[in-house]
Design a protein around this ligand. Structure first.
Ligand SMILES: Nc1ncnc2c1ncn2[C@@H]1O[C@H](COP(=O)(O)OP(=O)(O)OP(=O)(O)O)[C@@H](O)[C@H]1O
Ligand SMILES: [Mg+2]
Length: 269
């Protein structure tokens, strides 16, 4: 199946890209390492499975979202170079990040050093602040969509605005209830609301922060809150109870100080 997809991709990209090897796969797409021959630079190519590409609505929404996301230019956001469709495949070409995802890192080391947690949170909050100001919402902030660049140590966000666009209605039941893994999802997304805004991303980033908070609370000898799922459950319950207006205010307040941390000594300690 994979080799078949690789063969199709090689035909689809023609002579413009030299496809090297698969570097990873998520719930619905496969990512390959490749080289842009004309520009002589390394790229990552993400391919949607043919069954998604066949759906006209999904394809159009995906291409539209990719165009919007391609307008984003920020050091904390993996740039999209191009999106294309050929040979029945929809794929997009983006910068190749030399490093690992935060998800992979956390599997090896569930409790990260405090300084690194702060760097990751501020980098991602910065990127979110920028994107939200441009009217673009990520909609799937989670450790697997945050990459840690080996050379700079920076955190960069992948799949901006695209993850959910590609998933589209396939992650929703007919009643509009979200399915899939809701671990980092905001309550409004979990309820299947289609028009979510930047506050939803801030909620997801807050879950990442809360899990690290629990890890470190255990280290300091304080009572551990069961396991890493506890803060998610507690945060979801609180957020679910809060009125819409209150949650909106909380989201804005949470994003502001984090996004302003760059270069401020002892900020967010
Ligand atoms: N720009 C990139 N540079 C280098 N590696 C990447 C890049 N984008 C993705 N990857 C790798 O490919 C893997 C799969 O990415 P993908 O976005 O398909 O899956 P995911 O984010 O884990 O899940 P989902 O299907 O929910 O998006 C990532 O875990 C990462 O290792
Ligand atoms: Mg992803």
């Amino acid at each position: 199946m994979t080799d078949h997809l690789l063969d199709r991709l090689v035909v689809a990209v023609g002579t413009q890209y030299l496809v090297d090897a698969e570097i990873g796969r998520g719930g619905m797409a496969v990512v390959y390492r490749a080289r842009d021959i004309r520009l002589n630079r390394r790229v990552a190519i993400k391919v949607l499975p043919p069954e998604l590409a066949f759906n006209v609505d999904v394809r159009e929404r995906f291409l539209r979202e990719a165009q919007t996301s391609a307008q984003l230019a920020h050091p904390g956001i993996v740039p999209i170079y191009t999106v294309d469709e050929a040979e029945g495949l929809v794929f997009f070409v983006m910068a190749l990040v030399d490093g690992e995802t935060l998800g992979e890192r956390l599997k090896r080391e569930p409790r990260l050093p405090v300084g690194q947690v702060r760097t990751i949170l501020t980098d991602v909050a910065d990127a979110l602040g920028y994107a939200h100001a441009q009217g673009v919402v990520h909609r799937d902030i989670k450790p697997d969509n945050i990459m840690l660049d080996r050379a700079s140590g920076r955190a960069v966000v992948t799949d901006f605005g695209i993850a959910r666009a590609a998933a589209g209605d396939s992650r929703l039941t007919v009643t509009g209830v979200a399915i899939g893994t809701p671990a980092y999802m905001s309550p409004e997304q979990a309820l299947g609301e289609r028009e979510v805004d930047g506050r939803s991303d801030i909620y997801s980033l807050g879950i990442i922060a809360a899990i690290q908070g629990v890890e470190h609370a255990g280290d300091a000898g304080e009572a551990r809150v069961g396991d890493a799922a506890a803060p998610r459950a507690a945060a979801s319950r609180r957020a679910g109870r809060a009125r819409e207006r209150d949650r909106a205010r909380a989201g804005q307040e949470a994003g502001g100080p984090l996004a302003g941390c760059h270069g401020v000594p002892r900020c967010a300690q």
